[in-house]
Write a protein that binds this ligand. Structure first.
Ligand SMILES: Nc1ncnc2c1ncn2[C@@H]1O[C@H](COP(=O)(O)OP(=O)(O)O)[C@@H](O)[C@H]1O
Ligand SMILES: [Mg+2]
Length: 579
């Protein structure tokens, strides 16, 4: 019931249109209702009294009724579709907005394909159910009520008799309805699973081919495909049983009418025309009952989809502005971690008691074995996640007390691999600051060592990148990513293994661009190759989520601790490679 109300709240803005649509639907249904009445008059008056004047009137009446019915039919379908489609785009928009707001941990926990399924499959299921079902429900509802009214008027005893079959039908509908709803939920889940496998495998075609796992993936897909088939068949089976069962019960009713009604005509209790009209109404109501059961089935399915959609809309996200959040004023870039503890999952601490202080403009290197928590520290600063204990401050402001957007606009990130969007090189750089001028974009590209290679691309700055565009090398991507960051001009910068995926030659060019980018900004550098961070003002050595050493290169080397050890390993490996 709550679900219904929730869907209704989306329909509310379009209520006038919906009511008009309902009126058209009801009037169109009345057209259907009038026909048996005419048949009665034809049999009882035109035929038995040979009244040709009445026959003319009736003929004209039928033409007029069907003409009007056509107009109402148009109104009903047009308006109902309008309302349905509007509601669906509203809901889809709301789901998408929610997804943009949800924090990174939502994306950690859910597969991309599943998330996509919410916006596509589930919203579509809602759409198809809403438009056709509402029309059917009103049409069939009107026909049902009108027919029953007419039947009672014609012969109430016979009507009572016919309706003895009703409780049976209602019971059946209830039992089947619940089962169909469960089946519908399963179908939506299976469809989401397929989309998920599809998304995952299509986006990693290269990996699959390099491991020759095509057969493996085909089997995996086949399994999901089969599960989907089974879920759909379960639903189909229920529907297939439901219809004949209901029809059989209805047929029993019709037989009873003919038998008892026939006796009444023989005894002269009702006219033959009335019995025929009664029969037509009775058959008329078997149709609405049958369709209504179908509608109930597909409404249950839509409710299952709605449940999934609202689940997303109701997700409470941890990373939100506090009600009294202030806008972080332009910062100098002093960063302090105070006894920071963090866990992605409860009871699995990733960082423990991390404390350090960085002066504005300093370069800090985060060093440590893989899995030590370097990227995690980088993730906490722009509040991709919130600390579990302790505080992080920027210029003395606790980052949880300021608005997320004012914080993030002042923190720039160059990750190991950057996503470039479908669009021109120019637009991809502009992403860093949408209101930047052409000169500023080119300046940024120059500072990022990207200008020259961009001019050599087929259409220069207008060359398309992304799925359908030209392929550029990893080093070139990184330089575009750096240009983006330069354009954003943040006070605080995070370079998370920005050069780790590059070969030595492009690393040199990218490193040069990074050095230029870091000037005057508080920079956190996570680097795989220790040689690149020797000049850092401060090197923080992490081990298993805790700080094991802090100092400059010279201080740490003199200490002969973990840093000196890591340094020696790299130095020796480098020598081996050279020798
Ligand atoms: N999104 C995540 N969800 C759960 N655990 C994570 C997530 N990201 C990283 N971890 C875990 O946190 C620990 C630290 O990871 P990370 O900060 O990425 O290490 P580093 O960057 O130093 O290699 C690792 O044990 C890793 O498995
Ligand atoms: Mg990392």
């Amino acid at each position: 019931m709550n679900l219904y109300l929730r869907i209704l709240s989306y329909i509310k803005p379009y209520l006038p249109r919906l009511l008009l649509a309902a009126l058209c639907t009801a009037l169109a249904a009345c057209g259907n209702l009038y026909v048996p009445w005419i048949i009665r008059d034809v049999i009882d008056q035109v035929f038995s009294e040979r009244d040709s004047h009445l026959l003319n009137l009736i003929a004209l009446g039928i033409v007029a009724i069907f003409f009007a019915r056509g107009i109402f039919f148009y109104g009903q379908n047009y308006l109902m579709s309008y309302v349905g489609e509007r509601v669906v785009i509203d809901i889809r928009g709301a789901v998408y907005r929610k997804m943009q707001q949800l924090s990174t941990s939502f994306y950690d926990k859910n597969k991309l394909g599943t998330i996509m399924s919410y916006v596509t499959n589930d919203v579509s299921a809602l759409q198809s159910a809403m438009v056709q079902n509402t029309i059917d429900m009103i049409t069939e509802g009107c026909i049902l009520i009108g027919s029953v009214g007419a039947m009672i008027y014609l012969d109430w005893k016979l009507t009572l008799f016919t309706f003895c079959t009703f409780p049976v039908v209602l019971l059946l509908m209830d039992v089947f309805g619940k089962k169909i709803r469960v089946a519908g939920y399963n179908i939506q889940e299976c469809t989401a699973d397929i989309t998920s496998v599809l998304q995952e495998t299509l986006s990693s075609a290269r990996i699959i081919k390099s491991f020759v796992r095509e057969e493996y993936e085909i089997n995996r897909f086949e399994r999901e495909n089969m599960a989907n088939f089974e879920a759909n068949m379960k639903n189909a089976k229920l529907m297939a049983i439901l219809t004949p069962v209901i029809e059989f019960v209805a047929a029993l009713g019709v037989t009873a009418i003919i038998w008892f009604g026939g006796r009444s005509v023989i005894h002269g209790e009702i006219t033959p025309g009335s019995l025929v009209a009664f029969l037509v109404y009775a058959v008329n109501i078997s149709n609405p009952i049958k369709r209504l059961t179908r509608v109930i089935g597909s409404i249950q399915k839509a409710l299952a989809a709605a449940q999934r959609v609202f689940y997303i809309l109701d997700l409470e996200d941890g990373i939100k502005d506090k009600p009294d959040a202030i806008v972080l004023p332009p910062v100098q870039g002093a960063v302090e971690f105070q006894h920071v503890g963090f866990a992605y999952n409860e009871n699995e601490p990733v960082l423990q008691d991390v404390s350090f202080k960085v002066e504005p403009g300093q370069v800090v290197a985060l060093v440590g074995p893989s899995g030590a928590g370097k990227s995690t520290i980088a993730n906490l600063l722009p509040r991709f996640y919130d600390v579990t204990s302790g505080n992080i401050t920027i210029d003395g402001h606790n980052i949880e007390d300021v608005s997320v957007s004012s914080l993030r606009t002042q923190v720039g990130i160059v990750p190991q691999e950057t996503t470039l969007f479908n669009g021109s090189v120019y637009d991809n750089i502009l992403y860093g600051r949408l209101e930047a001028t052409k000169e500023e974009v080119e300046m940024a590209a120059k500072a990022a060592n990207a200008h020259d290679f961009i001019l050599e691309l087929p259409q220069g700055y207008d060359t398309s990148l992304g799925d359908r565009g030209v392929n550029i090398s990893g080093g070139q991507r990184q330089r575009i990513s750096i240009a983006r960051a330069i354009l954003k001009d943040p006070r605080i910068l995070i370079l998370d293994e920005a050069t780790s995926a590059l070969d030595t030659e492009s690393e040199r060019v990218v490193q040069e661009a990074l050095d230029r980018l870091m000037v005057g900004r508080t920079s956190f550098v996570i680097a795989h190759r220790l040689s690149t961070i020797q000049n850092a003002h401060k090197i923080i050595v992490l081990d298993k989520g805790q700080i094991s050493e802090i100092g400059t290169h010279q201080e740490l080397m003199a200490k002969h601790g973990l840093y000196a050890h890591l340094h020696d390993i790299q130095f020796k490996t480098a020598q081996l490679q050279r020798g």
